[in-house]
Write a protein that binds this ligand. Sequence first.
Ligand SMILES: [Zn+2]
Length: 452
Amino acid sequence: MRPIAVAFLAVVIVAGAFTAFYGVTSRSAPPERAGTDRPQVVLFVGDGMGLATVTAARIEKGTREGLPHPSAARLHIDEAPAAALVTTHSEDGLVTDSAASATAFLTGSKVPNGVVSWRRASDGAVDSLETVLELAIRQGLATGVVTTTRLTHATPACTFAHVPDRGWETEIAAALVPEGGNPRLGRGIDVILGGGFREFLPSGPTRPGTRTDGRDILAELERSGYQVVRTRSELAQAAAANSEKLFGAFAPSHMTYEIDRESTSPNEPSLLEMVQSAVGQLRNKPNGFFLLVEGGRIDHAHHDTNGRRAIEEMLEFDEAIGWTVDALGPDALVLVTADHDHSMVLAGYAPAESGVFSQAGTDVNGVPYSTILYANGPGGEVPTELDESVLRNPDFRERAGVPLRSETHGGTDVPLYLFGPRAKERTSRATIDNTEIYGILRDEVLGGSPKS
Ligand SMILES: [Zn+2]
């Protein structure tokens, strides 16, 4: 047995101990909630959605709307009645990865980079930190997870799995099975939509999976009562049928970038369509719900110093937020934040009418440079001319200062936008830590009064 498998077994055993502690087993019915409150809580996480990404998306929206000054446009998130800045550092780093950050805002605990809702205490015991999604299930709420990445990727994994290394995606996938997976999930998460079906299927010469344990997790989920869908049309049919439990995985790995989806992968739903399906399934649940939505590929495009795809992903993410806020109305608490920033900046003095995909000026050698730039990363070849056909090409990579194979995350504070009841009372200070987002979510899930 691999050392990590031994460690994982320990996690499973500890998880079993927690099951006994909470008195919740995978067979038990959800508890009745006291009172009549019905929390509707949605957390949108823009992976890598720093403020430069937000501003760039706003300018691009204004250009598309034909505004005289494109910066006058408003994103849906700009309409939030309250906002704060959020510090994102991990336990061991100035700059966080997605796992440590998601663990912070989903469990309230700082962990080192790469760790998924898991901590080793000073006495050596393993503590699988309870996530706000698990708390919601314990309170009898319905739950959902939607992402454009693999469902086993860091951000979604931090809602439902407990492992010391985000690379253990085989184990993360297995945690979703109601019988024998993570017992804190009870009868299972009600709606799970994203990419990464390869992590749920066995590997073999004619098989599309990557699992070496021979398990077909999709079949196991079906036996546990899930309707499993693999295409956009199957999702639409399932949403219309209002399935009791729904699992959709629409791509072998991450889902296709929004800008390429219709041309290369028309069988994949958009993020907006997945959110519409999930909210449709969850909004009428009698005890309320908690839903995590990740716009996961903003981050991937940035790692590639590909500003155009990052901004397209951001605009689709913002559309999904706008639709959700309108659909759920003023009683739903909708939070929007990022797990971390990136090294992208908007700089130089391009005229307003040029928009964000523009030439900002020329450097000391007379070489043109673009308004979007990266501090580090792969970057692109420096073209001698930066006209619109070059700058708006989806494959164009902006220049990067320090050459790296993959651009890095940034350590700057990120925004938090708050919609819904008592939005302005949820944060008492301008700058909060990402662990404090957990407190806001927890208070609403518990139906209590807001603190901090
Ligand atoms: Zn990243």
